[in-house]
Design a binder for this molecule. Structure first.
Ligand SMILES: [Zn+2]
Length: 165
């Protein structure tokens, strides 16, 4: 799945407030049971549309749940970044498009930079413009996210004063 969408910091699927998307016949809400109240709150917003809740505990069951859904289902995923990114990838692997996904992150979103010097990803503060890669390179965080590299492209630069970024 070379060019499949992945969950990233500026993904179009990310929302602050979940709301029912139109043109879908059913809804499937996926979240860990610990965030049940978010799922129930969303479920109440669906009036004429059936909205099932699947409590996420491990990826295999969630994959089965997603694969068992019929056409016309919109998926709503709620949770912390890492499990949600995993569920997002599973959904895409099962043929769900970004138009059929809405994602609400609880807690902090994560952002990664891809170093053009050592070709590795590392996690960075979400608002950082310049960072230092673990390889030592100073990187300017570019505006482009690479779904292949799973990070924002980081362009190496030589700092004016060594040690200050
Ligand atoms: Zn590096």
């Amino acid at each position: 799945m070379y060019n499949s969408p992945v969950l990233f910091f500026e993904s179009t699927t990310l929302v602050e407030i979940l709301s029912p998307k139109t043109h879908f016949v059913r809804a499937a809400i996926i979240c860990p049971e610990s965030y049940k109240e978010y799922a129930l709150e969303l479920q109440r917003k669906f009036h004429d549309t059936a909205a099932d809740i699947h409590y996420y505990s491990e990826p295999t069951q969630t994959r089965e749940f997603i694969a068992s859904q019929k056409m016309g289902v919109c998926f709503y995923v709620i949770g912390e970044w890492q499990p949600t990114a995993t569920i997002f990838t599973i959904a895409v692997e099962e043929g769900v498009s970004e138009a059929e996904l809405q994602v609400k992150i609880i807690g902090d979103k994560e952002k990664f930079v891809y170093c053009m010097k050592c070709f590795k990803d590392s996690q960075i503060p979400v608002d950082a413009k310049k960072v230092q890669c673990p390889c030592g390179a100073h990187l300017e965080v570019g505006p482009f996210y690479s779904i292949v590299r799973k990070g924002y492209i980081g362009y190496p630069f030589i700092p004016l004063t060594e040690g200050v970024i």
